[in-house]
Write a protein that binds this ligand. Structure first.
Ligand code: SF4
Ligand code: SF4
Length: 369
């Protein structure tokens, strides 16, 4: 069958934006030369000529509740999982269909962990996890590094934090990747400088995960790239409410007491502090009418020194109004009638290390302070 026309990069970018992507960068597959076999997308689609990276902004307001210390669910959902697993795929589907209708094959890769033979957190190879289907091939599954893909598609640079920064949104972006046999004009590698090495990301990182001075350097498409050394496990603990490299003592198996997402610390250093700094210095092209934070005013962080207490205002309103929930009754209900969730959630009558004891004598998650 003959196709009406070949797609150009401009066509693909226009379609991607029309379908809902905020950013679109394109690279050719040769730019992956030198990638470790286990991370090389050319093993996924040997016939691919180009890769397309779509960027989706993290709404600044999705971080607001954590910034104020009043709502912890919106960033993990609307700023994180829903972009990776709902919005990204919803935009990829029509783009894939559009390209298929022009005769091209497209492999859509979303940011979701599957059976990768490389641990997505530590980057370590998982011994005994899988074996190559034939000699010369990498183990299934090949794990493509999305931030490296974004760099190779000319969309911005790595910040010291190792978070990818774009000139439009700074650190507020998530990515999906598409591999295609369409031969598309690649974007130039980004040569600007967004990160000024202010190290606000290090200073405010809840998990103490980013090194102040040690760095990692790699070469990508002939360009030397550097970022601060990241302790991934410290980050894993920090983003889930742990502190100073320790684990949140209430992080247990689902359902958790604070159970609707992992990133409840709201990327305090690598995203919030960084974004705030870059906005203050007018480094980003997408601007707002109002500042995210007042740089002179200290912003909210978890205060682990104070005991749990209900403020008089809440007590007056709820006791005299709709009433206070009986924590113990709720715990018992969960344990007996709601599939035993309370036990797994870390609400316990026995003190938990690192936890705090509330008025009802139950230990609770300090993130609820
Ligand atoms: S906070 Fe500063 S040093 Fe860290 S990534 Fe952002 S701009 Fe770079
Ligand atoms: S997500 Fe949190 S813990 Fe991880 S690097 Fe960013 S600020 Fe640090």
């Amino acid at each position: 069958m003959a196709y009406e026309c070949e797609l150009t990069s401009a066509d693909v970018k226009a379609a991607a934006k029309r379908f809902g992507a905020d950013l679109c960068g394109i690279g050719n597959m040769e730019r992956w030369e030198g990638a470790p076999k286990q991370n090389d997308p050319r093993y996924i689609f040997p016939g691919a000529k180009s890769f397309i990276v779509l960027g989706f902004r993290i709404p600044r307001g999705s971080l607001r509740g954590i910034e104020e210390g009043t709502l912890f669910s919106t960033y993990p959902t609307m700023g994180y999982a829903a972009i990776n697993q709902v919005w990204g795929p919803m935009v990829m589907w029509p783009l894939c269909n559009y390209m298929e209708d022009h005769g091209y094959e497209v492999v859509p890769l979303i940011n979701a962990n599957g059976g990768e033979s490389v641990n997505t957190v530590t980057g370590k190879f998982r011994e005994g996890w899988s074996r190559p289907v034939e000699e010369g091939k990498p183990h299934p599954d090949v794990l493509v590094h999305f931030r490296i893909a974004a760099y190779l598609a000319g969309m911005g640079e790595f910040g010291w934090s190792k978070v990818f920064l774009t000139p439009e949104f700074g650190p507020r972006v998530r990515f999906v990747v598409l591999l295609t046999d369409a031969e598309l004009e690649p974007d130039p590698i980004y040569e600007g400088h967004i990160c000024d090495r202010c190290k606000q990301c290090v200073k405010h990182c809840a998990g103490k995960a980013i090194s102040m001075n040690e760095s990692v350097k790699i070469t990508l498409a002939g360009h030397e790239v550097e970022w601060g050394k990241l302790d991934e496990m410290a980050c894993e603990h920090g983003l889930q409410g742990g502190a100073d490299k320790s684990k949140n003592p209430f992080e247990t198996e689902y359902p958790r007491q604070y159970g609707y997402g992992r990133a409840i610390e709201g990327a305090c250093g690598c995203t919030r502090a960084c974004m705030s700094h870059l906005e203050e210095r007018n480094k980003l092209t997408k601007t707002f009418r109002n500042k995210f934070r007042d740089p002179k005013k200290p912003f909210w962080t978890i205060d682990r020194s104070k005991p749990y207490e209900i403020s008089q205002e809440v007590y007056d309103y709820y006791v005299n109004g709709p009433g206070l929930e009986d924590h113990k009754a709720m715990t018992e209900y969960n344990a007996k009638e709601n599939y035993g969730s309370a036990a797994a959630a870390g609400i316990s009558e026995t003190p938990t290390e690192g936890g705090k004891v509330n008025a009802a004598g139950l230990t609770y998650n300090p993130m609820l302070d």
